[in-house]
Design a protein around this ligand. Structure first.
Ligand code: 5GP
Ligand code: ZN
Length: 111
């Protein structure tokens, strides 16, 4: 989608530092990290949020969690622990309207 920052990264016009890519998602570092490890698992398709996943894409969120778990292992927070967050909509604190899963770790996160 034009003018979507995450679509631009997916389409590689913006980000050179993709940490992982498969047919459904890409992974890159958050530009304003809130923890020593702060990665974003981002759908390749422009899907606005969890609310907008079609029935035919019902495995997508599970796939994103699975990729996040592999990234947690690769980036050294699998054993120490980490947090996975989908922000959804205005009250959920979602700023970028393109489906993404936050992976945070590397320090003790506040409850
Ligand atoms: P949201 O609040 O929508 O769940 O989170 C969006 C996240 O995307 C924020 O943590 C923000 O720092 C990150 N972000 C916004 N623009 C960019 C960008 O251009 N590149 C990267 N790597 N991260 C971004
Ligand atoms: Zn997009």
């Amino acid at each position: 989608m034009e003018d979507c920052v995450f679509c631009s990264i997916v389409n590689k016009t913006l980000e050179k530092e993709l940490l992982y890519e498969d047919d459904k998602v890409v992974v890159f570092k958050d530009i304003l990290p809130k923890a020593p490890v702060h990665l974003l698992i981002v759908s390749k398709d422009h899907i606005v949020s969890i609310n907008h996943i079609a029935d035919t894409q019902e495995n997508l969120a599970g796939h994103m969690v699975n990729v996040a778990r592999k990234m947690a292992l690769k980036y050294g927070v699998y054993e120490s622990g980490y947090r996975l967050i989908f922000n959804v909509g205005r009250d959920g604190g979602q700023v970028i309207p393109h489906l993404h899963l936050h992976l945070l770790g590397g320090k003790t996160l506040e409850a």
